[in-house]
Design a protein around this ligand. Structure first.
Ligand code: TXA
Ligand code: MG
Length: 328
């Protein structure tokens, strides 16, 4: 059985044990304010290679380095533009990941051979305490098998990765429930690569001009840019998105229907689930709900398209990817 230890405080002995596993090149899953991460010593290429093996992650997909301060981030980049200083002073620690030109310190495997590195300073006190205890940046993708749902509970990590992890630190449910906003600062005009808890308007307020990547591949850009695979964050159940109020006729198999704000009348054979018209609350709950429906054996989940508008961007992004067809 995978070992799962609850962490109650920042001086919990479980944290010391986790730090020594990491320092020795092992893998430890830990809570952040977004989702659980699968951590390894980010400056040890063999340790990072174990992350890729455990997740079944393609070598072309780089990982984020988690740091405990702006000063530690600066040692990992070859350029620190004024925008990086402004943004990190405002949003760190917190759910914002910045892409910057990497320094020579960053192993190639972390960058997937590319010239840039992704940096994030998590706000969760367990994540902070762990990075400080190891004294090195932690490479940490979401602690799930590649292309599966991200974990918002320690139990999700255990069922997705099992024996591949040396230790799971249990800090209870994560707060945001969706992965960090990723902002690319290595290009001339800052660009959001993944919408998340930090909204575009909050970034634009500091940066002015900003590009959004909403899934469309632009002319001259490769479809295989890091992390931009269309199918991602997917449950085992088949997920379909429909217009609000569509409802559903009775069918075969176990089917759930998920609505926002108002649940239409449904046949008795279909489980109706009502989510609030509150993007933040839905973000917190979304992956946990899909995990629950999978665990309960639902084969098909029909979900109303979430509302338009910027507040719902991260939820729309995850649902679009979760409902995308399997890559062929
Ligand atoms: O909230 C989060 O960001 C969580 C927690 C654990 O911190 N981590 C997370 O990591 O979501 P992961 O690996 O599941 O997603 C990171 C995304 C991937 O899509 C990856 O392709 C992209 O960040 N990424 C990493 N390094 C990059 C780089 N140098 N350039 C562009 N994208 C990068
Ligand atoms: Mg992930």
């Amino acid at each position: 059985m995978t070992r799962l230890l609850s962490v109650h405080s920042v001086d919990d002995p479980a944290l010391r044990e986790a730090a020594s596993i990491l320092a020795a090149g092992g893998l430890v899953a830990f809570p952040t304010e977004t989702v659980y991460g699968l951590g390894a010593d980010g400056l040890n290429p063999e340790a990072v290679a174990r992350i890729y093996a455990a997740k079944g992650r393609p070598a072309t997909n780089p990982v984020i380095l988690h740091v405990d301060s702006i000063a530690s981030a600066r040692a990992l980049v070859s350029q620190w533009p004024d925008t990086a200083q402004l943004l990190t002073e405002r949003f760190w620690p917190g759910p914002l990941t910045l892409i910057l030109p990497a320094s020579e310190q960053v192993p190639a495997i972390v960058r997937a051979g590319g010239p840039t590195v992704a940096l994030r300073c998590p706000a969760h006190r367990v994540a902070q305490a762990l990075i400080k205890a190891v004294g090195r940046p932690l490479a940490a993708p979401s602690a799930n098998r590649s292309q599966h749902l991200s974990p918002t509970l320690a139990e999700h990590v255990a069922s997705s990765l099992g024996e591949a992890v040396d230790l799971i630190l249990d800090g209870g449910p994560t707060e945001a429930g969706l992965e960090s906003t990723i902002l690319d600062l290595s290009v001339a005009r800052p660009r959001i690569l993944r919408p998340g808890p930090v909204a575009p308007a909050e970034l634009a307020a500091l940066l002015g001009a900003l590009d959004l990547w909403e899934g469309a591949v632009r002319p001259g850009e490769s479809q295989t840019a890091p992390g931009m695979a269309e199918r991602h964050y997917a449950p085992r159940a088949r997920l379909e998105l429909v217009a609000p109020g569509s409802g559903l006729a009775p069918g075969s198999g176990r089917v759930a229907y998920v609505a926002f704000g108002h649940l239409p009348v449904l046949p008795d054979s279909i489980r109706g689930i009502l989510l609030p018209l509150d993007a933040e609350a839905v973000g917190t709950r979304l992956f946990a709900l899909l995990h629950e429906l999978d665990d309960a054996g639902f084969e098909r989940v029909v979900m109303e398209r979430p509302p338009a508008g910027e507040a719902w961007m991260a939820v729309r992004d995850r649902l679009r990817r979760a409902s995308a067809k399997e890559p062929t």
